[in-house]
Design a binder for this molecule. Structure first.
Ligand code: CAA
Length: 262
């Protein structure tokens, strides 16, 4: 597929995904969502990629779903658009590789929902966050009514969604929406360093940790802990576990960077 709105680059063990539709501050239209779906396919297939950094070109991460595209939609088309966004974001959330969102600017509406589908969020001091949908006469439609409350709690999520207010990066940090706030020029490097740190750990263990956390959040604690025991047990079938533990016991260091992903 020819990518018009997204840039996909590989840097060693990392895939760098840049939403690049500057004329609309990277707003997500159907075409961009379809491209993102394709990019997720490519990353999923690529065994060399062990972590993903997701960012936006220019002064915006993503300024929301595309209002021009949505303006004239009827109920059937609106629903279809919501389902497309939810499908793609859910795929990203369930991608068996960690995703770090580097939030460089406007992270609004569908943009905040995209960030919420990532595993870890880093923000530039210039980033702005919000779910302004009710100011446009719609509800959040790409997962915001569900993921925001899971990340920052029900009260804070309801306040953001009901008011549509825009908050700065420090407030987003205070709410637990982002893990860290850094200077704009340091953001991408910080995200890549974090991605590399993760990519240098045992890939199967990282993947299974993500699966266990995500699955566990959707079930009761007993089922979740039982699933954890299964994945914990499964790691003992990997070469990485044997080599990782032997290296630690023999050399008093971690195998970091030298796992075989087997
Ligand atoms: N959809 C389509 N186009 C958008 C857009 C969006 N979400 N956000 C910005 N743009 C376009 C603007 O229309 C403008 O285009 P033109 O140059 O052709 O006029 C261009 O991007 C630049 O934007 P501004 O001139 O407005 O830039 P600014 O710096 O003055 O303001 C902003 C930036 C505060 C982000 C402002 O653009 C804005 O408020 N955008 C809309 C944010 C929003 O409401 N997002 C939620 C969308 S609904 C949603 O996401 C639904 C869902 O949950 C699925």
């Amino acid at each position: 597929m020819e990518l018009k709105n997204i840039i996909l680059e590989k840097e060693g063990k990392i895939a760098l995904v840049t939403i690049n539709r500057p004329k609309a501050l990277n707003a997500l239209n159907s075409e961009t969502l379809t491209e993102l779906d394709y990019v997720i396919d490519e990353i999923e297939k690529d065994d060399e990629v062990l972590a993903v950094v997701l960012t936006g070109a220019g002064k915006s991460f993503v300024a929301g779903a595309d209002i021009s595209e949505m303006k004239d939609k009827n109920v059937i088309e609106g629903r279809k658009f919501g389902i497309l966004g939810n499908k793609v974001f859910r795929r990203l959330e369930n991608l068996e590789k960690p995703v770090i969102a580097a939030l460089n600017g406007f992270t609004l509406g569908g943009g905040n929902e995209l960030a919420l589908s990532a595993d870890i969020r880093l923000a530039s001091t210039k980033a702005k966050f919000g779910q302004p949908e009710v100011s446009l006469g719609i509800t959040p439609g790409f997962g915001g009514t569900q993921r925001l409350s899971r990340v920052i709690g029900v009260g804070a999520a309801k306040e953001l969604i009901f008011t549509g207010k825009i908050i700065n990066a420090d407030e987003a940090y205070r709410l637990g929406l982002v893990n860290k706030v850094v200077e704009p020029e340091a953001l991408l490097e910080e995200a890549k360093t974090l991605a590399n740190t993760i990519a240098n750990n045992a890939p199967i263990a990282v993947k299974l940790s993500k699966v266990a956390i995500n699955k566990g959040l959707q079930t009761d604690i007993d089922t979740a802990l039982s699933f954890e025991s299964e994945v914990f047990g499964a790691t003992f079938s990997t070469e990485d576990q044997k080599e990782g533990m032997n290296t630690f016991l023999n050399d008093k260091k971690y195998l970091t960077g030298n796992f075989k992903n087997k």
